[in-house]
Design a protein around this ligand. Structure first.
Ligand SMILES: NC(=O)c1ccc[n+]([C@@H]2O[C@H](COP(=O)([O-])OP(=O)(O)OC[C@H]3O[C@@H](n4cnc5c(N)ncnc54)[C@H](O)[C@@H]3O)[C@@H](O)[C@H]2O)c1
Length: 271
């Protein structure tokens, strides 16, 4: 029960495959109380009500790019939960350019701006709203989800790479200010490819899922194990960890090439 007594906000649970869905289940199992939120449009398609009844949570819709809706989210969440927020999960990502299969060299700039607004500025907006309202408790913890394409080139990840690089930078910059203000810590988890709606929308996802799995000595990290890591970061056991991008990828990021991948290549060449 490492989250007993903690109050949180969990964004991004679209369906049972979502990383946020697993985080909600694990946080509930560890004694946390929280509010679930997603974009109003996603909730009409989504199954979030099932998760809310399973975890005894309220649902407060909010488009994470909209300051008014975020202000309402933080104020209603504090009312529902009876006090300041101890943890926030930012599990939000979307690129209209990827959805419409537009190559990186020919991006639509309106879509590009949308990708970055939804996937990165939304973290800044949430933090800025919370900071103004002084809505997060001392030693609170904010976790956002990232991908290694923020640091190295993955051509198929197109403008989401730029969004994730911005997300990681906001984590460091706001981590400084919120750390000084209320000792709130802010980190990103750089997660393995994971079979979800957002993940599956990326061209060639199945292949890069398999390549990453064969390179990582521990294999790809699952959504469940990512949720465990989120819970650990929300807990008081990680109080001095802040402004970090933490790889949660089975060792992928520190492996050049694996024997398994070389053997696969050998077999392919023989054919
Ligand atoms: N799946 C992967 O391979 C993978 C790998 C690394 C990081 N991530 C990141 O994990 C996070 C969660 O994605 P997921 O893989 O669980 O997929 P998902 O599709 O289940 O979750 C993405 C969520 O973002 C929400 N969202 C989109 N626009 C929004 C808006 N304007 N306001 C509020 N919410 C909005 C969607 O409704 C959805 O719930 C994302 O940041 C994603 O980039 C995913």
């Amino acid at each position: 029960m490492i989250l007993k007594g903690k109050k949180g906000i969990i964004t991004g649970a679209l369906d049972a495959n979502s990383i946020a869905w697993k985080v909600a289940q694990k946080a509930h199992a560890q004694g946390a109380k929280f509010v679930l939120t997603n974009a109003p449009v996603a909730m009409r398609m989504g199954e979030i009500k099932k998760l809310a009844s399973e975890t005894g949570s309220e649902i407060i819709p909010a488009d994470a790019t909209n300051i008014e809706e975020l202000t309402n989210l933080f104020s209603k969440s504090q009312e529902c939960l009876g006090g300041k927020i101890d943890f926030v999960l930012h599990s939000i990502g979307m690129s209209p350019n990827i959805r419409k299969n537009i190559p990186y060299t020919d991006l639509n700039y309106d879509y590009y701006a949308k990708s970055i607004d939804i996937s990165a500025f939304s973290l800044h907006k949430m933090l800025s709203v919370a900071h103004k309202m002084d809505a997060i408790s001392e030693w609170g913890s904010v976790v956002a989800l990232s991908y290694i394409a923020a640091q190295r080139t993955y051509p198929f990840y197109t403008d989401m790479a730029d969004a994730k690089a911005t997300l990681e930078s906001i984590t460091r910059s706001f981590g400084y200010h919120y750390g000084r203000f209320r000792k709130v810590r802010i980190n990103t988890i750089s997660q393995s490819p994971t079979k979800t709606t957002a993940g599956g929308g990326i061209k060639g996802f199945d292949n890069f899922y398999r390549v990453a799995d064969s390179i990582s000595p521990l294999g790809n990290a699952s959504a469940e194990s990512c949720a465990d890591f989120c819970v650990a970061l929300f807990s008081d056991l990680t109080r001095m960890v802040t402004m970090q991008n933490l790889y949660h990828d089975g060792g992928y990021s520190n492996t050049g090439i694996s024997m398994e991948l070389m053997e696969m290549f050998d077999k392919g060449m023989e054919k």
